[in-house]
Ligand binder design. Structure first.
Ligand code: ATP
Ligand code: MG
Length: 192
């Protein structure tokens, strides 16, 4: 009984955190702290931190990058939140024994970061709506997995606050890839 209660308290706590974030973002109150940081190191750490969650579901979770010392300009704490949400989804919406991969590509003015899974996939008709708050594709499965549908709304807001965008490619039964870009130097209009 206590364990169930604890689970519910944790769930409410995380929901409350998400709601506070959304309202801060929408009221323009969320201040980002922009810094130059090593993206490859950052992603390596995030993947290490989430490795146990993947292992519990027998999912092979890896990080792949051609370069080691790629720098970018952004709010690391907020970007950690982006990565955690995308990785959490990739693991949650995949069968056991599938693959989740974080990739980093060094482009000219930006770095491209993607999170791919070989999971359930999302049907084309739902794709335009998944970034809306509270939107969940499969009500039954999603409810069993216990989220609220705020994760991707927060992700999109944070990426846009970096003067950038996120996109998604998916095929039912094959898997899903989310890709976003972060500027390597301070873009116009972004101040810390
Ligand atoms: P929360 O993130 O608030 O815990 P959630 O995961 O349901 O809840 P979002 O992260 O916003 O909410 O995702 C919205 C919906 O998009 C999910 O309910 C799921 O149906 C679908 N979705 C998101 N990521 C994936 C993915 N990698 N593979 C398949 N479906 C996905
Ligand atoms: Mg989610």
């Amino acid at each position: 009984f206590l364990q169930k209660t604890l689970k519910n308290v944790e769930r409410l706590n995380s929901l409350l955190g998400d709601l506070i974030d959304i309202s801060r973002i929408e009221s323009g109150e969320m201040k980002l702290r922009f810094r130059y940081f090593n993206v490859s190191e950052f992603l390596e750490t995030v993947v290490e931190e989430m490795q146990l969650v993947a292992q519990l579901k027998n999912i092979s979770f890896s990080f792949s990058s051609e370069q080691n010392n790629v720098e970018a300009f952004g709010d690391k704490d907020r970007l950690r939140q982006v990565m955690t949400n995308l990785i959490d989804n990739a693991i949650k919406y995949s069968e056991a024994k599938s693959f989740v991969t974080v990739r980093l590509h060094d482009k000219e003015d930006t770095v491209e970061i993607s999170v791919s899974d070989t999971g359930y996939g999302i049907a084309a008709e739902h794709l335009p709506r998944i970034f809306e708050r509270f939107y969940r594709v499969d009500q039954d499965r999603s409810r069993a997995l216990g989220g609220t549908g705020l994760g991707l709304a927060i992700v999109k807001h944070i990426v846009e606050a970096h003067g950038s965008f996120i996109n998604v490619q998916s095929e039912i039964g094959k898997g899903t890839t989310f890709t976003f870009y972060i500027w390597k130097t301070s873009p116009k209009g972004i101040t810390s």
